[in-house]
Design a protein around this ligand. Structure first.
Ligand code: FAD
Length: 545
């Protein structure tokens, strides 16, 4: 059975009639990672998500699988080692969506980075992260730096360090993990919200949940419940009356997107701002995105917004580092804001708070996990599941996610990856699909691009315009294999088009909603609401209060 909301009533029936070994609440990268680890160990596993998979922080990050060079400054050596070495693992398991990216670290007069200290820091980073020879750091002088990135301010430039990170698409990586977990036997459902715990003799034995699609309330039985709700973790701990000791401190980070012509970087740059923060500027498929800020946050968790002050901060930093461009607020094409679920530490500023993860277990048996990074999601899942297994008497095997390929990333080697890519791109070109579209499809779907190609063949004669049948081919795949229910699932989390292809997406909102509602059992009222919601989401990507 495909991973599709077409089977929603079957999933709901399974959820109410099974006593699960583990139930995960929260379908971000942490929760989906836990569901995959659990299913691979043979546990009966379920996951519920109140909105869409990755609709929380896991679609709002800088979209890097990185070792956290910045954390060297804070001497978090273990964290740098753990997430640094993990980069290669995530790349190996999802090569299509985790792509090596050279990063330039400019050294400027009066900046916080010196030539010697940067060289040593990058060397330590390479050693701690176990970076392979071909990807080790190089130090560049001023003229080589300007060749690498001509837009940098030349007057104060001293040189740079060039090192490797990995670029990803956070929500696509999350959905690939969810798809793999489903394939391994876990049951994962979006738009099903946790409402309350069920207790037997003081221990949690299940949860009450609300189905946002049908409006029905259900009960799910589980031997262990894991709270992987990211910024919402403490709300569930409060509900369980176990919010004691460590607590979350939320900080907000925003990103802004420019059309490539406005910020035409040849290469990704990671630069320091006077206040000690570091900012990424990353060119990608026709745009350049920039972030991030880091400010204490105590507003609505559900709808963090990018404000004008956030934009001004990033614009000032950009216009200092790339002074020839004169970037303005009107040049920003779209934006997103996300919340970091960090662990509170007295007296520390947002940037100083550790990105380490933390597992908390309550007397009622609730296991909560918070903090961490996208990059370390697999290690976090392993840690949580080791605990679940230990609690259950240890009758399950140890984690096997280290070599588990994710979703469309099932390539046996780098060579096999290249061959598969060439074959699929050639097939797409043979079907008259523009090569730029084919390349994006491969990055999104990996080997499953073959399904999208098949869809394209099937639907092309039903539409007059090329853009229409290309959209329908992808939408059909997203509905039938990726649990898309709402247009926002598609435009924000399965494709990211609302941010990265903002102008052209506008004309697709209505037709995509019509198409989606013709395939899924959605009534007229719900359809109208969906159209209003996706239009509002489209607008909020460029409204800065
Ligand atoms: P989330 O993704 O927020 O998932 C929690 C889920 O729980 C949500 O989907 C939510 O809807 C669901 N939920 C909440 N309440 C309920 C309920 N009642 N019932 C059911 N479901 C519920 N990390 C990196 O490695 N690289 C980066 O480049 C990077 N950049 C970042 C930049 C920014 C600005 C931010 C904010 C973070 C960044 N991170 C980065 C960190 C990374 O994004 C997070 O650590 C990670 O996404 C957290 O995932 P999560 O699954 O724990 O939380």
């Amino acid at each position: 059975m495909n991973f599709s909301n077409l089977h929603r009533s079957h999933y709901l029936q399974q959820l109410t009639s099974t006593n699960f070994d583990v139930l995960v609440i929260g379908g971000g990268i942490t929760g989906c990672g836990i569901a995959l680890d659990a299913a691979l160990r043979g546990l009966k596993t379920a996951l519920i998500e109140k909105e869409d998979f990755a609709s929380g922080t896991s679609s709002r990050s800088t979209k890097l699988i990185h070792g956290g060079l910045r954390y060297l400054k804070q001497l978090e050596l273990k964290l740098v080692h753990d997430v640094g070495t993990e980069r290669a693992v995530v790349h190996r398991n999802a090569r299509h969506v985790v792509i090596p990216e050279k990063m330039l670290l400019p050294i400027v007069e009066g900046g916080t980075l010196g030539e010697f200290s940067t060289s040593v820091a990058l060397w330590v980073y390479d050693v701690l992260a176990g970076v392979k020879k071909t990807e080790r750091r190089k130090m560049l002088n001023k003229s080589s730096t300007l060749k690498q990135e001509p837009l940098l301010a030349g007057d104060k430039l001293l040189g740079s360090g060039l090192y490797f990170e990995y670029r990803t698409d956070d929500s696509r990586l999350t959905i690939e993990i969810a798809k793999q977990a489903y394939q391994e036997g876990a049951l994962l459902l979006n738009y099903l919200s946790f409402e309350d715990f069920i207790y037997t003799n003081g221990k949690i034995t299940g949860v009450k949940a609300h189905d946002k699609v049908t409006g029905k309330n259900i009960e799910i039985q589980a031997k262990t419940v894991v709270n992987a709700c990211g910024p919402w973790v403490d709300l569930l701990r409060k509900k369980d009356d176990s919010l004691r000791g460590k607590r979350l401190q939320l900080t907000k980070g925003v990103h802004i997107v420019f059309p490539y012509q406005k910020l035409p970087l040849k290469q990704a740059v990671y630069f320091d701002v006077g206040d000690g923060r570091m900012i990424f500027a990353i060119p990608r498929n026709g745009i350049t995105y920039v972030g991030t800020t880091d400010t204490v946050y105590s507003d609505s968790i559900d709808k963090p917004q990018c404000t004008k002050a956030d934009c001004d901060y990033l614009l000032k930093a950009l216009n200092t580092m790339f002074p020839g461009l004169g970037l303005k607020l009107e040049d920003i094409e779209s934006s997103w804001a996300g919340l970091r679920p960090l662990i509170h530490e007295d007296g520390k500023s947002p940037s100083e708070l550790s990105r380490k993860d933390e597992v908390m277990v309550s007397d009622t048996g609730l296991i909560s996990i918070a903090g961490g990074k996208l990059t370390g999601y697999r290690l976090m899942a392993e840690k949580v599941m080791d605990l679940v297994v230990e609690k259950s008497g240890g009758k399950y095997p140890s984690s096997s996610t280290a070599y588990k390929r994710l979703g469309g990333g099932n390539f046996s080697s780098e060579e096999n990856f290249r061959e598969s890519r060439e074959t699929l791109l050639a097939k797409a070109i043979g079907q008259n699909i523009p090569v730029t579209v084919a390349e994006v499809w491969f990055q999104r779907y990996g080997i499953y691009m073959s399904y999208v190609l098949k869809n394209a063949e099937q639907v092309r004669n039903s539409f007059a315009e090329e853009t229409e049948w290309l959209l329908a081919a992808e939408l059909l795949y997203a509905i039938e294999h990726e649990m898309v229910y709402h247009p926002a699932d598609f435009f924000i989390r399965r494709t990211g088009d609302i941010y990265f292809a903002h102008p052209s997406t506008k004309n697709q909102l209505q037709s995509a909603t019509e198409f989606l509602c013709s395939k899924l059992p959605v009534g007229d009222l719900a359809k109208q609401q969906m159209l209003e919601d996706i239009t509002a989401a489209y607008r909020s990507a460029v409204s800065f209060e």
